[in-house]
Write a protein that binds this ligand. Structure first.
Ligand code: SF4
Ligand code: SF4
Length: 120
């Protein structure tokens, strides 16, 4: 079992994350394949700012995963995956987030059970 520092957790596929910062960990992963032609359509469609194309730059910026609402977005007219002209986009749930959340919950529960607290 990996060591647990105060207020932090660690799982094999993720780096150290302070418990209070779990809310900033992305729940979904937006993948853009090499077939992307950086047309910028996804950037103009997504209202959450996941995609961004900077004028003068040859390539669109990497997706801002934290802002994506996930596969449930498919019910929206603006769903980027559906509109991409080269079918380069996919959206899925993060495999890391549930593990991080479970570890944080477990760590906090142990702290509460021992009468101590992970937070100050
Ligand atoms: S819409 Fe598709 S091809 Fe255009 S920039 Fe976005 S991912 Fe790339
Ligand atoms: S799935 Fe929806 S929220 Fe996520 S990047 Fe695409 S348009 Fe934006």
């Amino acid at each position: 079992m990996m060591p647990v520092a105060e207020g932090k957790i660690c799982v094999p596929e993720a780096s150290w994350v302070p418990a209070e910062r779990l809310k900033f960990v992305n729940r979904f992963v937006v993948e853009r394949a090499d077939s992307c032609i950086s047309c910028g359509l996804c950037a103009s469609l997504c209202p959450n700012g996941v995609h961004k194309r900077v004028e003068g730059h040859a390539s669109i910026l990497p997706p801002y995963h934290q802002r994506c609402i996930g596969p449930s977005c498919s019910s929206n007219e603006y769903y980027c995956v559906k509109h991409c002209p080269t079918s380069s986009l996919s959206v899925r749930a993060s495999e890391t987030f549930p593990a991080l959340r479970a570890s944080v919950t477990s760590t906090l529960a142990k702290g509460a059970g021992s009468g101590g607290s992970e937070r100050t």
